[in-house]
Ligand binder design. Structure first.
Ligand code: PGA
Length: 259
C-alpha cells in the first residue's frame, strides 16, 4: 500500500520567521493516514525542523549539491541537510532544469549523493517520452527517468519518490487535468516495470505536480496511479495547504453531496 504524500513547494518564497510560523500553524492539524511535507528555502529548514518537533511533518530541501563536500562555494551539501533534520530532497524540478540548465547527468549525480547522505530523493520528471528497447521489447519511457536513476542500487529504488510534472501545468494558468495526471503517472509506472519489475514499480510512489489546488486535489488523488501531489502556488497559505493535506477522496465527496 503506497502512502499518499502531499508536498508544498514554496520555491523562493517566505523568510525564516514566516516559514516557522507556518509550521507552527499546521503541525497539530495534519492527517494521520498521509505523509505531509514542505519544501522550503534552505536557510529556513533547520528552524522549521525545530518547530515541527515530534510532529510527522516532513521538512524537504528544494535542491542540493551533487558533490559530497569541498571547494564548491555557494553550494549546500546533502550531508548538511541531513544534519539539519531534513529527510527528503527535491531534485530535477522543471525550474532547476530550465533556469539553471541542470542536466540529467547532474541530477543523477545529485540523486546518488542524496542516497549516500541518507536523504530520500523526490525526482521531478516532465512529459518528454522516447521509445526505447528494453529486454528486446519496445516501450515508451521517460528519458529523464532512466538517466537520472542510473547506478541507483536496486534496493534503494523502492524508497525514491517520483513527481510527474508536465511543463505546461507548472506555474501556469492551465487547469490541472486528472486524466493527464493519471496517464503520466501510469506511463512512469509502466516505464519502471519495464526497466526493473512490476513488483518494484508497484512500490514506488509517483506524485503529480502542476496547478494543483483545493478544488481539484480530490479528483487528482482519486486516480489509481497518482500517489500524491507536489503543490506550488496553492501551498503558500496555511488554510489552503491544510485543506489539501486533509483532502476528502472523491468517493466521500460524492457521498456527502448525495446526503
Ligand atoms: P504550481 O507549481 O502548483 O504553482 O503549478 C507546481 C510545482 O512547482 O511543482
Amino acid at each position: 500500500m503506497r502512502k499518499p504524500f502531499i508536498i508544498g513547494n514554496w520555491k523562493m518564497n517566505k523568510n525564516v520567521q514566516e516559514s516557522v510560523d507556518f509550521v507552527n500553524q499546521i503541525k497539530e492539524k495534519l492527517p494521520e493516514n498521509k505523509e505531509i511535507g514542505i519544501a522550503a528555502q534552505a536557510v529556513s529548514l533547520y528552524n522549521m525542523k525545530q518547530m515541527a518537533g515530534t510532529s510527522d511533518l516532513q521538512i524537504i530541501a528544494q535542491n542540493a549539491s551533487g558533490e559530497n563536500e569541498g571547494p564548491y562555494t555557494g553550494e549546500i551539501s546533502m550531508r548538511s541537510l541531513a544534519d539539519a533534520g531534513v529527510t527528503y530532497v527535491m531534485l530535477g524540478h522543471l525550474e532547476r532544469r530550465r533556469l539553471f540548465n541542470e542536466s540529467n547527468t547532474a541530477i543523477n549525480q545529485k540523486v546518488l549523493a542524496a542516497l549516500k547522505a541518507g536523504l530520500v530523493p523526490i525526482i521531478c520528471i516532465d512529459e518528454e517520452m522516447v521509445q526505447a528497447e528494453i529486454n528486446g521489447q519496445v516501450h515508451y519511457v521517460f528519458r529523464q527517468l532512466m538517466n537520472v536513476l542510473r547506478d541507483v542500487p536496486i534496493d534503494r529504488l523502492a524508497q525514491i519518490v517520483i513527481s510527474y510534472e508536465p511543463s505546461w501545468a507548472v506555474g501556469g494558468s492551465c487547469q490541472a487535468n486528472p486524466e493527464i495526471a493519471e496517464e503520466g503517472c501510469q506511463a512512469i509506472r509502466e516505464s519502471l516495470a519495464a526497466s526493473y519489475s512490476q513488483a518494484l514499480a508497484d512500490q514506488i510512489r509517483i506524485l503529480y505536480g502542476g496547478s494543483v489546488n483545493p478544488r481539484n486535489i480530490s479528483e487528482i488523488m482519486n486516480q489509481p496511479n497518482v500517489d500524491g501531489a507536489l503543490i506550488g502556488r496553492a501551498s503558500l497559505e496555511p488554510d489552503s495547504f491544510l485543506r489539501m493535506a486533509n483532502y476528502i477522496e472523491c468517493v466521500n465527496l460524492e457521498k456527502l453531496q448525495a446526503i
